[in-house]
Design a protein around this ligand. Structure first.
Ligand SMILES: C[S@@+](CC[C@H](N)C(=O)[O-])C[C@H]1O[C@@H](n2cnc3c(N)ncnc32)[C@H](O)[C@@H]1O
Length: 335
């Protein structure tokens, strides 16, 4: 009778196996290869450079996970989702997020027990903030911004569609990385002019991405450090997946700076993978907060109610919460 309880424990305890099968498939670029046409076991194994002992189980595990289909003649084909989102040749490619999970986070989560015991991240190098160490290495910087864009895309599109942009003219995205959010908003709303605010190291990635999207005329990069500088003025100020990186004092300081920079009637949008207000059902929000334990020196996730409270302290009102995509939600408020 209680067997299903044990099964649930096993399923959680070995979920890393499923994750790693998908991450290795992305690392080997299997889905881009199959996007060009179905292949049989031997041909696919040769294309991927994997051992014949491993091939059949690996491909069939992907079938069992619903990530590949097996045709009547035995050839493998992408599922609808992997074909759309994990084929590098398509503009909808989201694999950069999975590269980040595979190359950085998978190992970091291996040291969760130590982080729980010490309260300290593994990435912290001599107390330096983790962005500094990422941006010092151009390859890591590039793969980080690609991962940010991939991980942000669904939420950015949703904000572009759902927020009443027709009531506003200008936008400042604070901690913009490559500018995924301002690009999606500007593409959907030709009247919007946008600033991407971030550390100077991200200027060229931002400009290249804006130009690749034909938006150089309406998108401007503003280099700055939100610990030292005022935020640029705009009708709407956005913090996308930024507040979770920092301690409570910084979260409050950033909202206060946004309040200062906005005109009367201006709006602030905060979005992150939020924890549910009861802190009991949002597995993704809670795991994302533990991810901050592993990545940052003092960052933590929060609920919509927490965020609304900090916004109220900063002088905002009219707070409302809306679900976005990929587990993210936004809290919107007005000055
Ligand atoms: C987790 S990323 C989020 C990027 C993007 N908003 C998204 O959702 O994909 C946090 C961003 O904050 C930026 N950031 C970190 N410290 C900063 C600082 N002191 N001043 C300005 N931006 C900063 C980082 O460079 C990075 O682009």
């Amino acid at each position: 009778m209680t067997q299903h309880l044990a099964e649930r424990l096993y399923n959680i305890g070995n979920a890393y196996r499923q994750a790693k099968v998908l991450l290795s498939a992305v690392e080997l670029d299997l889905f881009s290869i199959l996007a060009k046409g179905p292949l049989d076991t031997a041909a696919l194994a040769v294309r991927l450079g994997i051992h014949r002992r491993a091939a059949r189980d690996f491909f069939d595990a992907l079938v069992a996970l619903g990530l590949l289909n097996r045709l009547c003649d035995g050839r493998y084909q992408n599922s609808e989702a992997t074909d759309l989102y994990l084929d590098k040749a398509k503009p909808t490619y989201l694999g950069s997020s999975f590269d980040q999970y595979n190359s950085r986070e998978y190992d970091m989560w291996g040291s969760l027990t130590q982080a729980l015991q010490t309260g300290r991240p593994r990435t912290e190098i001599n107390g330096q903030d983790h962005f500094e160490s990422i941006y010092r290495d151009p390859m890591r910087c590039r793969s980080f911004v690609n991962a940010m864009t991939a991980g942000n895309m669904l939420s950015a599109c949703r904000i572009a569609q759902r927020f009443p942009w027709q009531q506003y003219r200008t936008l400042c995205d604070v901690g913009t990385a490559q500018g995924c959010l301002p690009v999606q908003v500007a593409l959907a709303h030709p009247h919007i002019e946008a600033i991407g605010f971030d550390l100077p190291e991200l200027g060229s990635a931002f400009s290249q991405y804006a130009s690749a999207n034909g938006l150089s005329g309406r998108l401007t990069f503003r280099a700055g450090d939100f610990f030292k500088d005022h935020l640029p003025g705009a009708d709407v100020i956005v913090f996308g997946r930024v507040l979770h990186n920092w301690d409570l004092a910084t979260k409050r300081m950033l909202l206060a700076k946004a309040h200062q920079a906005l005109p009367e009637g201006g709006s602030v949008i905060v979005y992150d993978m939020l924890i549910d207000d009861e802190r009991s059902s949002s597995t993704n929000g809670l795991l994302s907060s533990l991810n901050m334990l592993l990545w940052t020196s003092a960052g933590f996730g929060y609920t919509a109610a927490d965020c609304a409270g900090w916004m109220r302290e900063a002088g905002f009102d009219g707070m409302r919460v809306e679900q976005l995509a990929g587990g993210n939600s936004m809290v919107v408020a007005k000055k």
